[in-house]
Ligand binder design. Structure first.
Ligand code: CA
Length: 623
């Protein structure tokens, strides 16, 4: 007996438009699913997509006996005719049209896809996303005919102009595609409001998350919203039932259960380590704090273990740290929180391995990987935050009032402001007090072209002032300032100076001893001192701006290089993962051997059973 298909459809107006001109058809009884994206002024797009949806639904539901391929073709033709005639009859609807991507799921083994325009169908198989449709746009047609290189298509001014739609003619040229399905496949039908605002990687990630279609359809909409939500967005997710669990999945589920069984121990360990006292959960009763953070992570790891994804832990880390940063929080508490969670997980894993070496081993690998995923998610957030701070900094220095050497002071712009007087948010914190965080960005020249003697002198003066303001025993800060001067005045302008300086600063410390916080704190503080120093030195406006830029880039490079070293220090975890995978490989081989033996036995059993008997056959497939 086959499980029923799981299907979900969602549509949303988006964050910019006022009306939703997309339409959906979800008819599980007929196996019919479709997305329409209407176009045309004065709500005509809405009329077009709904007219087409009604026509397609009508034709398919009334003619179940017709071959699905021919049926889908004629249903889409009929939709085009309906719109064409409606537009001819109503002046205000003249020129309206719609795209369509429609699927008739004939059986768990076969689907027919028909489409016109740029709404798409995707197939997720074995974790990989493949496009089942090719957009009917002028640009795609040019690429197809070899008249435009594919890399130019993405930024072509006409990339959104359709070469085919429904409604401009009484008939339509429909592309039909027969696809053989496999158990566990997932189909996605969507409008360009999804893929125009979300990367293929992110779509693949969510579609492969193992969550049920209802959640995936909604999460995909959220994804487009986070990408700007500039258009109506529609998604239909269709899941072909998965095969019976493999031995690997059974082992994985056992591991997930083991981990979940230890949640009380995990919470206790996190409590002992002071999770409830972390500033991120200040104001919450300790039990709620533990539940909010530790239990949520425990759950996220459990779901990722069960489904062999990392999406839950990734989302957990992003929500936790993202919310904190949005409230103006600092990096320190986030680092401390992640350390507490990691150390608490370690305690649970060590105990588990002691008691049950085989399962403990598997859980250890999976949980260690989950913690690396959390670190990566955090790194992504930090990178984004630094990029924003950097943009503000450059913007502010573009509009700074500066002393005119001739004595005739004139602001550079009417809205000019002093950086050290700009309050940030409600806290009254000044711009230059705002902390910096590590980030990575592509190579760019520090001082281009070359470094003038004038600029060298200015940088030297700024660093001297900054150094004079460091506290007596802040050796690390002094070293950072010296490093900044070296990098900013490096005539080669390459990344090399930053890497060498970072190695000196970082020393041979490992991530889990004292941690990297003192170093990143010193980097932060040095940036504040330098920003203040640039304001204090007597410089011409041009040299002031140039030295600010040179020092700002030098700082970014130094932070990037330090971050690179931290990531390198985490690398042994990756090696450990490799070792463990080798062992699990051996285990898997044993399981496979056992499975072959079982299959042999089943075969022997099947051959002595009369296939005419009801329990000897496989039964009717319910669809
Ligand atoms: Ca659209």
């Amino acid at each position: 007996v086959t499980q029923p298909l799981r299907v979900a459809g969602e549509t949303n107006v988006g964050r910019v438009r006022t009306t939703n001109e997309d339409a959906l058809v979800v008819e599980p009884g007929a196996g019919l699913y479709a997305v329409f994206d209407g176009m045309g002024g004065a709500n005509a797009g809405d009329v077009a997509s709904r007219t087409a949806a009604d026509a397609v639904r009508d034709v398919v539901l009334r003619n179940p006996q017709i071959d699905p391929r021919a049926l889908l073709d004629s249903a889409i033709q009929a939709a085009s005719a309906s719109i064409f005639h409606a537009a001819a009859a109503h002046r205000e609807h003249h020129g309206m049209g719609t795209t369509v991507v429609a699927a008739i799921v004939v059986s768990p083994e076969r689907v027919v896809i028909g489409h016109v325009g740029d709404s798409r169908a995707y197939l997720l198989r074995g974790g990989r996303l493949q496009a089942l449709t090719r957009d009917h746009t002028i640009v795609e047609d040019l690429v197809d005919r070899g008249l435009l290189p594919p890399e130019e298509a993405e930024r072509h001014p006409y990339k959104n102009v359709l070469s085919r739609n429904l409604g401009s003619r009484p008939d339509a040229r429909v592309d039909l595609n027969d696809v053989v399905l496999r158990p566990g496949d997932r189909l996605l039908l969507c409008s360009d409001g999804l893929y125009g605002y979300a990367s293929a990687e992110a779509i693949q990630y969510l579609l492969g998350s193992g969550d049920d279609p209802q959640h995936v359809a909604r999460d995909l909409i959220d994804l487009a919203m986070r990408g700007g939500g500039g258009d109506n967005v529609s998604t239909i997710v269709i899941e072909v039932p998965a095969p019976a669990p493999t031995s690997g999945e059974v082992v994985r589920t056992a591991g997930a259960m083991q981990w979940w069984g230890q949640r009380a121990r995990f919470l206790a360990a996190a409590k002992e380590r002071g999770l409830a006292r972390n500033p991120m959960v200040r104001g919450l009763p300790p039990d709620e704090a533990l539940e909010l953070v530790a239990l949520s992570l425990c759950q996220a790891i459990y779901h990722d273990l069960e489904k062999a994804t990392g999406v839950n832990v990734w989302t957990f880390a992003q929500n936790l740290a993202g919310g904190w940063f949005e409230r103006g929080g600092e990096f320190g508490p986030v680092r401390a929180m992640v350390d507490i969670l990691g150390a608490s997980a370690r305690i649970v894993l060590d105990e588990l391995r002691e008691r049950e070496p085989a399962v403990g081993f598997l859980v250890d690998v999976a949980v260690s990987r989950a913690l690396v995923v959390a670190e990566l998610a955090l790194g992504g957030l930090l990178a984004e935050r630094l990029r924003q701070v950097d943009e503000h900094l450059i913007e502010l220095h573009r509009t700074l009032p500066v002393a005119d050497p001739s004595g005739m002071t004139a602001p550079v712009s009417a809205t000019a402001v002093r950086t050290d007087e700009i309050p940030l948010g409600d806290s009254g914190e000044r711009f230059i007090d705002r902390p910096t965080i590590p980030f990575l960005r592509p190579e760019r020249s520090v001082t281009n072209p070359g470094v003038s003697a004038e600029l060298l002198g200015a940088i030297g003066k700024v660093i001297t002032i900054a150094r004079a303001r460091t506290a007596p025993r802040q050796e690390l800060q002094k070293q950072v300032l010296a490093a900044l001067e070296t990098i900013a005045t490096d005539s080669a302008g390459s990344f090399g100076a930053a890497v060498i300086a970072a190695r000196d600063l970082y020393g041979v410390r490992s991530v889990d001893e004292q941690g990297v916080m003192p170093l990143f704190d010193a980097l932060d503080h040095a940036r504040i001192l330098v920003a203040a120093g640039v304001q204090q030195v007597q410089l011409t406006p041009v040299v002031r701006t140039r030295s600010m830029r040179a020092l700002s880039y030098a700082h970014q490079r130094l932070v990037s290089a330090c971050t690179g070293l931290v990531l390198e220090a985490v690398a042994p975890y990756g090696e450990r993962l490799g070792e463990v995978q080798k062992v699990t490989g051996e285990m898997r081989a044993q399981v496979e051997k056992a499975e072959r033996r079982r299959a042999d036995l089943e075969h022997k059993f099947a051959t002595i059973v009369d296939p005419e008997l009801p329990w000897g056959s496989r039964g009717e497939t319910e669809w």
